[in-house]
Design a protein around this ligand. Structure first.
Ligand code: SF4
Ligand code: SF4
Length: 80
């Protein structure tokens, strides 16, 4: 379903938010609806997890993305 060949797995810092750049249109819905306000647009316009400690893995960003472009990966093993 997903093709992450051009996806953003934020290499500058560990992130469990993965955005498919082929599907994301940088609409900002995920940034706006995050209940913990921990997503931000990067310099390239794509969303990324900025405040890691505040994310509670609620999945709202992935669930509400209108383009199905975002998913959570690599959550800390204690939560799996
Ligand atoms: S809601 Fe989806 S399409 Fe919109 S910016 Fe976020 S990841 Fe991209
Ligand atoms: S999983 Fe929830 S808390 Fe974490 S970035 Fe997405 S909407 Fe925000």
């Amino acid at each position: 379903m997903y093709n992450y060949a051009n996806s953003n797995k934020d290499n500058s810092e560990f992130s469990w938010i993965e955005v498919n750049h082929r599907q994301c249109n940088k609409c900002g819905v995920c940034v706006d609806i995050c209940p913990m306000d921990c997503l931000r647009h990067g310099d390239d316009g794509y969303p990324r997890l900025k405040y890691h400690d505040d994310c509670w893995y609620c999945d709202a960003c992935a669930f509400l993305c209108p383009r199905g472009a975002l998913k959570l990966t690599g959550m800390p093993y204690l939560l799996r």
